[in-house]
Ligand binder design. Sequence first.
Ligand code: GN1
Ligand code: MG
Length: 368
Amino acid sequence: MKAALMAKQFDVKGRLVTAEATGSGNVNDTYLVVFRTTFSEERFIMQRINTRVFPNPAAIMENMKRVTEHVHRRLEAEADTADRIWQLPRVIPTKTGADYAMDGDGGCWRAISLIASAHSYDSIQSPEHAYEAGYVLGQFQRLISDIPTEQLHDTLPGFHITPDYLAKFDQAIATPEGKARLGSSSEARRCHRFIEGRRKWCSVLEDAKAHGELQLRPIHGDPKITNVMIDDATGKGTCIVDLDTVKPGLVHYDFGDCLRSCCNPAGEETTDLSKVYFDTDLCHMIVKGYLAFGKSFLSDADRHYLYDAIRLIAFELGLRFFADFVAGDQYFKIRHEGQNLNRARVQLKLCESIEAREPAIRKILETV
Ligand code: GN1
Ligand code: MG
């Protein structure tokens, strides 16, 4: 099996025991690898980077090393005064000292250390968990805030630029195949109408950036619930993983993504749309956790756009899933036909729920 062959390329002691698929990523393939010696065991995470989405893996790995080394340095300097042991995986080199290994078919594989005795969850388990999700994101943004943005490659141009996704959607619906998929069901037509109704508004963050109200900073890019690791022993957050999209962006993309992901108790893959809603109690806890760090680096203008960020990132992800459905599922991996349409319906329903709760959400953002 290819994963087993590739696992042996990394600089880990002992003999390979297993390399099994794990995780629920929509883009890369992830494996948990176990090596053993006569007296010890080492487990690590190995991933095949999806080079259709990330055409420049060398740039991803350079960013990853820059970010992890920077954060490790800061965490060690702060260790004596920190409220807990904060962690972040490190890149495991190949036996020849490279950051990644290529297979015979052009596949690109990398290895990172496993955060032991910690797990992530598909949905928020408790109000404390919600607080921790926000707290971990705020801490991570703080830790990377002093990396000069010029030192980070743009690993995915256009990522979180909603008007660009809209332009791609327009291209997809102009093709005969796209038109057919658009008209294929009442659900698809409803998604289309929902998107059309928000065309003008959806450049809200990019406009604020263009006017100089909001500034680029290093961001995580994908702080969804499944990327927040919770320590099994303490129930506290210990780190955020999945660093492929750490690059210059608006902290709002992260904030919005964290909330749209954590405040939907039904999760991204539910087929029961009636269970999808934005839980404002969870929102309250996450905002509290996030602002414990965020208060020190958010300006008034930043805070002004936090509501739009929540609404926008739910809308944007709905648009991205829907555009991918219309384009024939080229970006997000699917396990069954229509999965991207279903994912789009979930996010757009969530966006509608956010809109319906705007006054309550704004109140939370103003009073925490
Ligand atoms: C993708 O592959 P994964 O699950 O880490 C996507 C995110 C979406 C997320 C939705 C590079 O992340 O932007 O929010 O799916 N990542 C990329 O689950 O497009
Ligand atoms: Mg990701």
